[in-house]
Design a protein around this ligand. Sequence first.
Ligand code: BG6
Length: 478
Amino acid sequence: MPDLRQKAATASTADKQPADALVLFGAMGDLAHKKIFPALYNMVRRGRLNVPVIGVARAGRTDQHLKERARDSVKQKGGNVDEAALSKLESLLRYVGGDYQNPHTFEALKKALASSQRPAHYLAIPPSLFESVVQSLDRSGCMRNARVIVEKPFGHNLESAQQLNAALHAILPESSIFRIDHYLGKEAVLNLLIFRFANSFLEPIWNRNYIESVQITMAENFGIEGRGAFYDDTGAIRDVVENHMLQVVAFLAMEPPTCLHGESVRDETAKVFRTIPALDPRNLVRGQFDGYKKEEGVAPDSKVETFAAVRLEVRSWRWSGVPFLIRAGKCLPVTATEVFVRLRKPPLESLPGSTSNSFHFTLGPGEISMSLNAQVKRPGEAMVSMPARLCAVEGQTADEMDAYERLLGDAMHGDAMLFVREDAVESAWAVVEPILGNVSPLYSYRPGTWGPKEADALAEDIGGWHNPKKNAAGACSD
Ligand code: BG6
């Protein structure tokens, strides 16, 4: 299989000049500390980052504070630290401080960018600030030949996503806008595309004639980790269903990208979103874990879901009639994301013990696995079958590229294949729009359980939910 990315890169070179500076808004924030500095460090280590990185944050700090923050972030990741790479990253860092509403902040940034012709501005800041920051960047002259990398959530519903798109497009062309969904940068998620399109045995059966149902579960065994104010305004559907989960659906359901031009993966993704009818609240079960309302930043009478299970259809020639089920929640028994694809039963019902085959992909964290549940003859006299599992487990390679590193590198090089395009983000919001807010009962569940039992009914006719195991190796042994 040719490298889809190389195809994309050679298809249009006009927008592919590498950025010559990275501006990081929210440089002292949580996301920068958890994900972005480690990604930048790894980019330096691999020789993929060699341009000034300007961290913008509130006033009162210095270059030294920024460097210490970056060092602390890289060290807390553990493992051996490459001191030379870390010092190099420190040497690239510059601090610009000030309020995001104050024009002086952007004047100072303009000065710091004096020698840059093509900056990339990364907005790792609360979404409510996206529009005004982009406008201030434009007014201050910092947007010339620039790219913008926008964190999720992109909008709060369809209307706000459309407004945000319009506000960005008033200043930048689509080819300069990079909407992040970090699931698109994950090795295991990208593997779904390769597994589907690089194996010819799969194509004849990857459709409604052979596949009975598809389930995707994103389970997290932790709560909202101090993000109460953000989460209570967001909830599970906006936080992970509208983006991460629908992207996984798209990779499972899309038609083969043609590889002939850089947009083909994004075209096929957008097509899947357009074939999913808007979700019906009757096919939704929302839950909230006991104790959520006591979290800091959460309203004492909050009706926000920390668990959502939903059933959808992909109304295409390939998938008509095949239920796709999504389930995502906080405080569940394990942390694991997995895809479970059940095949139709063979017609020989009379063969004792025969059950349907299934494919099972674990998408992390840590190890990833792919398994096929098959039936083989049970040893002995009787002519009966028993389950056997063909399983491949792949541990994380020592030097695996993390999603943020991959995506930041791509954005710096103008490669948009793994970013969410305008039409896709709007179609995804259109899909979830009817299930946003308080549209269905909210059931409580005990932390450490698989969410409210009411969710079981959604999967009753497809053999029930398949619960992920603690780790990928475990997934190979049940
Ligand atoms: C983020 C959500 O987008 O994804 C979090 O805001 C969630 O709530 C996280 O925990 C999961 O990402 P990962 O990479 O840890 O699976």
